[in-house]
Design a protein around this ligand. Structure first.
Ligand code: MV4
Length: 445
């Protein structure tokens, strides 16, 4: 049993972890940069340690500072949240080497999913469907061209060290290949210090549907149903929901089994997510696996009535899971409320929140670390909070969302609320007829 957990993160996820720890009777240590002195996670934790300057590299990404904070407070475990060091195998290794349990998978598991070609090969061996493509790294433009001719254009070039959309190039015809190959390789080298690239058939207008899974230290794995994350803009998710409006019982069964196979192939321990692309004919393909808790975990929590952070902590303590899968019992939608100007290319809008009214009432959950007078620092992501609504049907969850968004008052910074208000009234969104290209054609009025 953990007595004290250090949370190596900030913002709403730090608060989210503190809340569950309180309920479990576990003490908490917050860490903070000098820019986050007045943050709620600092006030809500039992102890707080300043770990450095505002820049992430000097604080939330600084492993030496975090380990010092864990040692002086006698923490017996570290929760990494999402982002920052959550998928850094070196950090997980150093925690474990110091006798501090990293609440997440082992460094080996993080590594095996971090390199996309390795992950894909593991999935093929395990019998999980992957997008058709070349085997291994591309060695030359000529190889890229002949491969693309064989499988037929369009194709997509991806960085093996990439993920989340960075360094991808779609290629529609032979004449574009040379430039795409070169820029993808340069971009991969610059972004990831690894210029390895590979090719896949490009799946047009896919949905992004991911399966939440959990695995314990004894090899039991279950799935906790899907989230539809197709409403994205430049690879930034804006809205997530569960169940997916595109889901059928048969598809959920098949994707659930595939996700469990994927996790089982690496003996996965902790909670995690298997991301799939789903085409219009409901063919699905493994994309990547996230070895962390995700921003959008709340919609799953609400549709299956289950605390995923509690489960993650219990698994790390060595508890067993039952192995039963979970099916959504109602509908949940999450809107990300960011300090961004949707009328100006979603440009970040940090600054002081001069006035605040958060929504409430039946079917509404707000996960947020802000308060009236809080200053959103410019150094980190611009999320103010997550607004989640829960209802028996999708239509009702949308209606509740519209109502809750109308109650939300945030003054002093620009927010994504006007975008979400229009989306909730959009006929195509309301009918569930959308894919990852939806926001490319969405015009804010
Ligand atoms: C694809 C694809 C189409 N075909 N792969 C984007 C994030 C990264 N994880 C992989 N991504 C994609 N891979 C093939 N073979 C389209 C995307 C993609 C996408 C995927 C999910 C959500 C939004 C997206 C937006 C653009 C492209």
């Amino acid at each position: 049993m953990f007595k004290k957990i250090l949370i190596a993160n900030r913002g709403e996820i730090a608060l989210r972890v503190i809340r569950t720890c309180r309920e479990m009777g576990i003490k908490t240590v917050a860490v903070y940069s000098t820019a986050d002195r007045d943050s709620l996670h600092v006030k809500f934790a039992d102890e707080a340690v300043c770990i450095g300057k505002p820049q992430s590299a000097e604080s939330y990404l600084n492993i030496a500072h975090l380990m010092a904070a864990a040692e002086i407070t006698n923490a017996d475990a570290v929760h990494p949240g999402y982002g920052f060091l959550a998928e850094n195998p070196k950090f997980a290794q150093i925690c474990n080497d110091h006798g501090i349990k990293f609440i997440g998978p082992t460094p080996d598991m993080i590594n095996s999913m971090g390199d996309k070609i390795t992950a894909k090969e593991t999935m093929i061996k395990a019998g999980v469907p992957v997008v058709p493509g070349g085997e291994g790294l591309l060695q030359s433009v000529d190889e890229a061209k002949s491969l693309a001719k064989n499988m037929g254009y369009p194709v997509i070039i991806k960085a093996t060290a990439g993920g989340g959309g960075k360094g991808m190039r779609i290629v529609w015809e032979d004449t574009e290949m040379e430039k795409a190959y070169d820029t993808a390789k340069l971009e991969a080298a610059a972004s990831f210090k690894n210029d390895g690239i590979y090719m896949e058939k490009y799946v047009e207008e896919p949905r992004h549907i991911e399966i939440q899974i959990a695995g314990d230290q004894y090899g039991t794995i279950c799935h906790l149903s899907e989230r539809d994350c197709s409403i994205q803009r430049r690879h930034q998710k804006l809205v997530e929901e569960s169940p997916s409006p595109f889901m059928t019982d048969e598809l959920r069964y098949k994707m659930g089994e595939a996700a469990k196979k994927a996790a089982g192939a690496i003996n996965y321990e902790s909670v995690g997510t298997v991301e799939f692309l789903v085409d219009k004919d409901r063919n699905f393909y493994f994309m990547e696996m996230n070895t962390r808790i995700q921003v959008e975990h709340c919609v799953t929590e609400e549709v299956i009535n289950f605390d995923l952070i509690k489960e993650q902590i219990k698994i790390a303590m060595g508890d067993r899971i039952s192995g039963a899968d979970y099916i959504p019992m109602n509908h949940a939608i999450e809107c990300r409320i960011n300090a961004e100007d949707p009328y100006n290319d979603f440009r970040p809008s940090p600054g002081r929140i001069t006035s605040l009214n958060q929504p409430g009432g039946h079917g509404v959950r707000v996960d947020s670390h802000v308060y009236a007078g809080y200053v959103i620092p410019p150094y980190y992501d611009s999320m103010i909070g997550k607004l989640i609504t829960i209802a028996q049907t999708r239509q009702e969850a949308i209606q509740t969302m519209y109502r809750a968004l109308s109650e939300y008052v945030i003054e002093g910074v620009k927010t994504t609320i006007p975008f979400h208000l229009q989306l909730m009234q959009d006929e195509r969104f309301r009918s569930g007829d959308f894919n990852t290209k939806f926001l490319d054609r969405f015009e804010l009025k």
